[in-house]
Design a protein around this ligand. Structure first.
Ligand code: DGJ
Length: 733
């Protein structure tokens, strides 16, 4: 069992023999955190907790009113803990804030009991990591009780045996007969004994998603968060604390990732003692959950990922976790089709004939799945109308003919939806104005001419579900692109009693997840792709339902070098929608090389391709068929050069058995033929590999230590896509 409890010392040890997480229950039943990091056989509680003299070492005993010393080196203001109580001496921030029946926010949580078991619990209604068998992980549930009211807080920890990951979440249970209001319910807290870290997180905008922000962790509170009602373009529910000397291959890195798609906060607080408290969960702004007697609130799941060999290893751990223990789709490991999307080719300006021409020309570049994007339904000729009216615009689109054209060419067919939105100019809004968020009395804020559908209202969800089923049941559809083109605002719903209005953001998310779940269950053969004006909802919550997400509406290949590089820190390449676009800044070959390090597809007017363009993309399509599935989709990623720090973006992916690799090297500015040796990573030093660049066989250690000699004149935006394949010896070419 990977989790042990030493009864004498009341000491918990969560370990998989590579990492250790230690905490204990002190004499006052407070959970004191001890250690998180590389494996430690044992720990000395006394030595680790002794912080010298301090006024906070004593307390006033409740029955006698006598000042007493805390045993166990507990300091009420600065000890590291597992779950700080709110309103007591600890001012570093508490993960849970409860407003009690007496209107007090003071909560004092103490250990009551615990349970250790093999396996991992499932979260109903929320996305979460799962196990393929019970032996993959062990779990610990700790019940804390409030000292005064009958409220329980249950902390759940799961440690994975083969991955350095701890999953956590928290349940708040009201056992009293009085209503309580939960004003903050974070999923986890992790206290660390120093602040000597660099903080990495993503920051961005539409067409500029997940740009790396790296800074020395400063004193005080740093909050990475979204109140956009979705994980957002602007921030992302992911952060890393890394030792200042850490790089891709060396140093300690602790990652935090949240399995949720709505508002979130990652609070990193460095206090005056230079300790660091990280808390992660649903953002507490516009958040209040009312719990009646016997009601519970279950938080989403938060993940802590550990690496002591750099950020590259941390990413690979997450990639494996996401591919094996989060994405449920049958397509997660299956070879994905080369996708052609109609959007950037024709936007709304199409009819059946145009689309059929597209399909025929898309076939010439190896398209295996044709996706009809926005514009096929209701009166949708532009973006001012029809969201909510999910029936075919038969005057514009003969869907049977389009699908038949695909099938005649052995191409699968996919279609676009934006289920969680409603245009005021739609039949649905006219019939059900109450399905849109916001007060009727206000000038509601539009964005892209649309309002937000109230997915907290089951009737609205049912309506959309039925409309979608009508399409999906009656047409042969293999793929759905699920878009979400504005953030959430005008937070008011008519269908909920006023006392629940503080729950709307979360209830909207639950309603959206319910819709996704119902559709995934009913259509297990459909390949779903997430999207939110590009990558505005690129998170682990969505990946639970869809194995791939459109990474960004930015299809400029050079910008993509940055976006895809940083996105890969937290998400596998197999989840990153990447298309060759019409953007003229580079050749089609370079655009295809870059798109290959994603899910690979096309998005332009295929009728306008020259024979040279066709040949260039087909060359990459051949490589896609031969290697992508094994090497990129299911392989291990190594980042070689960061475009944020150098003139290059380079990464390589290696098949799990280390027999093959694909390497992408792209430069940004022009460079002369200076010395340039690209040292590879991740391959076997003792194996022989042929490479497609100099068409020679070298031993692994040569590639690892000397590298590929790329000393060449490089024009702007040159890219090399290099194949490595195992050979028996130097002789075999
Ligand atoms: C935003 C998406 O990111 C695009 O790819 C496209 O689907 C449009 N929406 C359609 O409205």
């Amino acid at each position: 069992m990977a989790i042990s409890f030493d009864k004498k010392r009341k000491l918990f040890h969560l370990t998989n023999n590579k990492i250790s997480y230690y905490f204990f229950v002190n004499e006052k039943n407070i959970l004191q955190h001890l250690y998180f990091g590389s494996y430690l056989d044992d720990i000395n509680i006394e030595s680790i907790t002794n912080l010298g003299w301090d006024w906070s070492k004593t307390y006033l005993e409740k029955d006698t009113n006598i000042e007493k010393f805390y045993q166990d080196n507990y300091y009420s203001d600065r000890s590291l803990t597992e779950m700080a109580s709110h309103g007591v001496n600890d001012k570093k921030g508490a993960p849970i804030i409860i407003n009690h029946k007496d209107n007090s926010n003071l909560t004092d949580l103490r250990y009551k009991s615990h349970r250790i078991y093999q396996g991992k619990p499932r979260l109903s209604n929320l996305p979460h990591t799962f196990l393929n068998n019970d032996f993959e992980a062990d779990s610990l549930e700790i019940v804390l009780g409030d000292i005064k009211d009958d409220i329980e807080v249950i902390l759940t920890f799961t440690i994975f045996n083969n991955l350095n990951v701890i999953a956590r979440n928290t349940t708040i249970k009201n056992n009293s007969s009085d209503e309580i209001r939960v004003r903050r319910a974070y999923s986890l807290q992790l206290d660390l004994p120093h602040s000597n870290y660099d903080l990495y997180h993503f920051h961005g905008d539409w067409c500029l998603e997940r740009q790396i922000s790296k800074q020395r962790l400063a004193d005080g509170l740093k909050r990475i968060s979204s109140n956009f009602g979705r994980s957002s373009h602007e921030e992302n529910p992911f952060a890393i604390l890394a030792s200042p000397n850490a790089n891709e291959d060396e140093g300690e890195a602790i990652g935090f990732s949240f399995v949720y798609s709505g508002n979130f906060a990652i609070d990193v607080n460095v206090d005056k003692w230079k300790t660091t408290r990280v808390m992660m969960g649903i953002k507490d702004e516009d958040f209040e959950i009312v719990l009646g007697k016997d009601e519970s609130f279950v938080t989403p799941e938060g993940l802590i990922i550990y690496s002591n060999s750099g950020i590259g290893e941390l990413s690979r751990t997450l990639h494996d976790l996401i591919r094996n223990n989060l994405i449920r789709s049958k397509y997660v490991h299956a070879k994905r089709p080369i996708l052609f999307n109609s959007w950037e080719g024709c936007y709304f300006d199409f009819n059946t004939e145009v689309i059929c021409e597209y399909i025929k020309d898309a076939k010439k570049i190896g398209t295996e799945l044709f996706v009809l994007d926005d514009g096929w339904f209701g009166t949708r000729d532009d973006d001012t109308q029809a969201l909510g009216d999910w029936y075919i615009n038969k005057e514009k689109v003969d869907l049977n003919k389009i699908i038949k054209t695909c099938h005649d060419l052995d191409i699968k067919f996919g279609i676009w939806f934006e289920p969680e939105m409603i245009n005021p100019n739609s039949k649905l809004f006219k019939e059900h104005p109450e399905f849109a968020l916001g007060y009727k009395e206000m000038d509601r804020s539009l964005s892209r001419h649309q309002l937000v559908l109230d997915t907290s209202n089951k009737k609205a969800v049912d309506n959309i579900f039925e409309q979608m089923c009508e399409i999906l049941d009656n047409y042969d559809i293999d793929y759905v692109k699920w878009d979400h083109n504005r953030w959430i605002s005008d937070i008011y719903t008519y269908h909920l009693d006023h006392k629940y209005q503080g729950e709307i953001y979360h209830r909207l998310m639950l309603g959206s997840y319910d819709l996704m779940e119902r559709l995934c269950q009913r259509y297990p053969n459909i390949l779903f792709e997430g999207c939110a004006s590009g990558g505005g909802r690129f998170d682990l919550g969505i990946l639970y339902y869809a194995p791939q997400i459109w990474t960004s509406d930015e299809t400029d290949p050079v910008q993509r070098l940055f976006i895809q590089y940083s996105t890969s820190m937290a998400y596998p390449l197999s989840s990153m929608g990447a298309h060759v676009s019409k953007n003229p800044i580079t050749s089609y070959k370079t655009k295809a090389d870059i798109a290959l390090f994603g899910t690979y597809g096309y998005e332009f007017d295929p009728r306008k391709l020259t024979q040279k363009d066709i040949d260039e993309v087909n060359e990459v399509a051949d490589i896609y068929h031969k290697y992508h599935h094994e090497v990129i989709q299911n392989g291990d990623l190594y980042r070689l050069y960061s475009p944020y720090e150098t003139n290059y973006m380079s990464m390589m992916s290696v098949s799990k058995d280390k027999s093959k690799a694909l390497i992408l090297f792209a430069n940004i500015l022009k460079e002369n033929n200076r010395y340039r040796y690209l040292k590879l990573k991740g391959i076997d030093q003792d194996k022989y590999y042929w490479n497609s660049f100099d068409n020679k066989v070298h031993k692994g250690d040569y590639y690892l230590n000397v590298g590929l000699n790329l000393t060449r004149w490089l024009d702007e935006f040159t890219s090399f896509l290099i194949i490595l394949e195992e050979r028996e010896s130097y002789e075999e070419n």
